[in-house]
Write a protein of this length. Structure first.
Length: 237
């Protein structure tokens, strides 16, 4: 086991890109894992390697970035009747959650990531879960992540740690974190190469990046970008 290593759950989106940079800034060896579960915005999978290649040129991160693994979870997509896995309009359900919520997704991701980390001798998982600016997903909350970490450590008899650097950071703070970690170079990678839009739109370019501009993910990203730029202009970041 190498306690100076980490495995990042890397989707190719803004949050996981910033988390990957965060891990590269702190650990000597960083690997990534992604999941193909039949997501509607599968374009994010194509962006993963592009973002990774771009990060190699930042600071000394190329020396720290290790292998990437993609795990296929087709049954998750088949089981999930959601707007992320079906051609359905995005809306809120009766229980208050958006129909973009994929039940069990992060729990499965963490389980498979922990199994891979166990085999690779890596004790730390890094995920972009956040309960500050988010859509209310219960598997993004700190209580869920804490319980999941304890269950994985017990079930594997292995010191699994789950780091969530964005858990209590809003989207404006995520942009600011990207700037602190990698300056203009990293923020441009986030804008030009990462993908967060639920509808998989890579044609429409906005100041904050590519996306439809209307789905919940685009809305959060755009508002965070505007707040961050506003704070920059007033010197409060």
């Amino acid at each position: 086991m190498n306690d100076r290593s980490a495995l990042v759950l890397f989707s190719g989106g803004q949050d996981s890109t910033v988390c990957l940079a965060w891990a590269l800034d702190r650990f000597e060896h960083v690997e990534t894992v992604g999941f193909d579960y039949g997501q509607r915005h599968a374009v994010e999978l194509a962006q993963r390697s592009i973002v990774r290649d771009a990060l190699v040129g930042c600071r000394d991160w190329g020396q720290r970035l290790g292998p990437d693994t993609v795990i296929a979870l087709p049954e998750l997509g088949r089981l999930s009747e959601t707007a992320l896995t079906r051609e359905r309009a995005i809306a809120f359900e009766d229980g208050g959650l958006p129909n973009t919520f994929v039940p069990g997704r992060n729990l499965l991701f963490l389980t498979y990531a922990a199994a891979l980390a166990y085999r690779r001798g890596i004790p730390t998982l890094v995920g972009g879960m956040c309960e500050t600016d988010y859509s209310g997903y219960p598997d993004c909350r700190q209580a869920t992540i804490t319980a999941m970490g304890e269950a994985l450590a017990l079930g594997l008899d292995y010191p699994v740690k789950i780091a969530t650097p964005l858990m209590f950071v809003d989207k404006a703070g995520t942009w600011a974190m990207a700037e602190r970690l990698g300056g203009e170079e990293l923020t441009q990678i986030v804008i030009e190469q990462s993908h967060t839009c639920y509808l998989g739109d890579r044609r429409s370019r906005h100041p904050w990046g590519y996306g439809c501009g209307s789905c919940p993910a685009c809305d959060l990203r755009a508002k965070g970008f505007e707040a961050w730029r506003g704070a920059q202009s007033t010197g409060t970041v």
